[in-house]
Design a protein around this ligand. Sequence first.
Ligand code: MLC
Ligand code: AMP
Length: 499
Amino acid sequence: MPTDRFPLLQGDNDRIALIDGERRVTYGALSGLADRLATGLLDGMEDLAEERIAFFLPASPDYVAVMHGVWRAGGIAVPLNVGATIAELDHYLRCARVTRLVAQAKHHAMLGALCAQLGIRLLQPDELMADAAGVLPDIADSRRAMMVFTSGTTSKPKGVVTTHGNIRAQITVLLEAWGWSDSDRIPLFLPLHHVHGIINVLSCALWAGATVHLFPRFDAAAICNNVAAGDYSVFMAVPTIYVKLLDHLERLEGAEAKRVCDGFAAMRLNVSGSAACPVPLFEQWQARTGQILLERYGMTEIGMALSNPYLGERRAGHVGQPLPGVEVRLYGEDEQPITEAGQPGEIRIKGPNVFLEYWDNAEATVKSFRDGWFCTGDMAVVEEGSYRIMGRTSIDIIKSGGYKLSALEIEAALLAHPAVAEVAVIGVEDATWGEKIVAFVVPRPGRKADAEEIIDWSAGQLSIYKIPRLIHFVDSLPRNAMGKVTKPDLKALLSTTSA
Ligand code: MLC
Ligand code: AMP
């Protein structure tokens, strides 16, 4: 029997919800922490009325208690990237108009000056924990619940706002489609500022009453040890992680590698998503572990939309069919729905899973919908009843390690370097990362430009996964008659120079 009036945490009181190192947290304890945190956040108020509460917390019981505490108190939860630079955090906190930021004591020194400058109260989870749970508000499904920052075709990341109803729809569709139950055990090593980690792993597991094993980051050796011990029933990751796991298996001694492969083979489900899973990777994973990866397609704005079947044929290189309740259509360049099989078009989505708005950006929200359909910017084709993703409509969007990146954001950061006069950034195919970031730089006259120095410098501006891996110095950038950089020419240039 569920013990909680909040369906988001549905395990029996004494079941283990979270494993964090040596610590085990039951559903009863977790729900109690969330209630006390909500009470502390309210501090006598009836309802947070969609106040934006940001949190800069690693995967931990504190993260979950704060997230659920904010939801229960009627706030908007703004989970932040714990690897973000101060410049990135400045944008997130300003854009969301955050009023309180929750972080562990060890991060207060790093965050203090920024919070003081922005007039934000910096707090620790413990400080917010009331001694006992108080009365909490009733929250309608239509209320805003979460804001996740996502990169797009604009320079700065936008805040994607989902309601309680959106989150409920995104979770429940997966519980049914992928057969979640309270006997599931899943490792969580994905970042907790994106929907793959937040919705597909953490929230689905907690709604199902399952157990989540928290890792501070992806660590192939530690995760494989537990896999070999038979600790997990479900595994979810981005393609880069499956590549890294195969590399790790290659380095293990035979008997140990077999134990890990047997551990994967014994699971009921291995899922890949957030970026295209190349067919050779799908085949290598099956050959090594016996697991047929279930590939699915999703996006911050919509949760998951397309999925190969849990029961039934999972086709390599394909993302399957629309999930129940999610309407999917392909649209041609003439803005008409594609009716003929085999014709490519842009994926557009309708359904209760689709987000409410980009925060404080009505213009971008309006632009991203046509006739009520959300335009994903991804191209696909239907082949024998299964969708295949063909790429994106914008060359300025890069997927690297499962992260969606904006070339424009990286260019804007690099332009601040004193030796950079002009810059263009592209994603280049890469076997491990999906795409690798490459920057073409026109140096400022009279300034000494050094690739390594620019890369090191950008680490102070951008999260590790947004840093260019390669810098090419050029005399000028190829441009069309309108003066716009022709990025396909840069890709071509790279393939001729590296051939
Ligand atoms: C890091 N490195 C990179 C890189 N990121 N190199 C090239 N390209 C990148 N993108 C380098 C670092 O500089 C470092 O180099 C080394 O790799 C290790 O860095 P790390 O940060 O420790 O890497 P690692 O932990 O192994 O990270 C890899 C990863 C991570 C795959 C675990 O990228 C990750 O968690 N990705 C998941 C992102 C995600 O959840 N996306 C979902 C978005 S939601 P050196 O030289 O110092 O060793 C979404 C919707 C949906 O997409 O459908 O799900
Ligand atoms: P994000 O904005 O980080 O949520 O990333 C969403 C994007 O990831 C989508 O718009 C797609 O471009 C990409 N994506 C997600 N899943 C897949 C997949 N299975 N195959 C190809 N691309 C994917």
